[in-house]
Design a protein around this ligand. Structure first.
Ligand SMILES: [Zn+2]
Length: 314
């Protein structure tokens, strides 16, 4: 240990980066949550784009989400292979956004069945194009349009079995209209996808924020003592889900109040931002999302917001 520390301080003095040691993943930090359940929390700046995770059962493994880069999915698959001989039987995509589905092909090629709420299949190759705007590079467009789709779609709920181990996959509204959570009842762990961002401002581009608040209330009420794996940020508890729930509720309330006071456009955005900043400026992705969250919520309340599946209007 002493020598490792010495080596690290020499490397730091020389300004060189040491190659990651064996078992230290490049794209994520692996958290062993116990009972064969693991969270892979995406490393900021790595290109992983989001969190993933997996559950080892009696005779197979289920993976939740596949990152924004196939290379990150390959790294997680190699990590799983290092822990168990069991095959990856299922992959659940928690919603259609590219940062949760881009590695689907890695698991499809490994023989897994890809499972998602039915709108993921409908929207994955079309709605993801909007993240690049009108000037999407042809290469990126081709990549999105060839993303590997779910093999098995459901609506409402579906149970998956890994031998005797049950996973409950459930649809909840609010974030995109294509969202699933994965409950591992025998470990009291819930993979929330992007219904939970841990002390991180969320992407509300497709959101019905009022429904999202209700969904987070359900997560907290139905699983008060659970461990919650978010789509973005560190693994958390009910209090952390409540913090996101309260952010969304405050965003909605403050935007509604500003609208009632006759504010709109940039004036509305700066008024609401001044109200939210003291509490939320320390959260992840604050400067990236704050103005968008406010203007998207203003559009939702005005009835002018476009949701996935709606026709595009100029
Ligand atoms: Zn995400």
């Amino acid at each position: 240990m002493k020598y490792v520390r010495l080596l690290l301080s020499i490397a730091a003095l020389l300004g060189v980066a040491l190659p990651a040691g064996a078992g230290e993943p490049q794209y994520f930090t692996l958290h062993d949550l116990g009972n064969g359940v693991y969270a892979a929390v995406g490393k900021p700046g790595s290109g992983a784009g989001s969190n993933s995770g997996f559950v080892i059962g009696d005779d197979g493994v289920a993976v939740i989400d596949t990152f924004q880069k196939p290379a990150a999915a390959e790294e997680l698959l190699a990590t799983i292979r290092g822990l168990t001989q069991q095959p990856v039987r299922f992959v659940v995509n928690t919603h259609y956004h590219i940062d949760h589905v881009a590695g689907n092909g890695v698991y499809h090629d490994a023989g897994a069945v890809l499972v998602a709420q039915k709108n993921v299949r409908a929207w994955e190759r079309t709605e993801n194009l909007k993240f690049w705007g009108d000037n999407i590079p042809p290469k990126v467009k081709a990549m999105v349009e060839s993303l590997v789709l779910p093999d098995l779609v459901y609506d409402g709920s579906i149970d998956l079995y890994l031998g005797s181990r049950k996973l409950e996959v459930r649809t909840l509204p609010g974030h995109t209209g294509s969202d699933s959570i994965v409950v591992v009842p025998d470990a009291n762990i819930v993979f929330c996808g992007d219904l939970f961002w841990n002390h991180t401002l969320p992407n509300t581009i497709d959101a019905h924020v009022g429904d999202w608040v209700v969904s987070d209330d359900r997560l907290i009420t139905e699983h008060p003592l659970a461990t919650f794996v978010p789509g973005h940020g560190e693994v958390g508890r009910a209090a952390d889900v409540r913090a996101l729930r309260d952010y969304l509720d405050t965003l909605r309330t403050d935007v509604a109040r500003a609208r009632t006071a006759g504010k709109e456009g940039t004036e509305l955005v700066s008024t609401v931002e001044a109200e939210l900043k003291p509490t939320y400026s320390g959260w992840g992705w604050y400067s990236h999302f704050i103005k968008r969250n406010i203007s998207q919520e203003a559009a939702e309340l005005a009835g002018t917001k476009r949701f996935p599946g709606d026709p595009w209007k100029k």
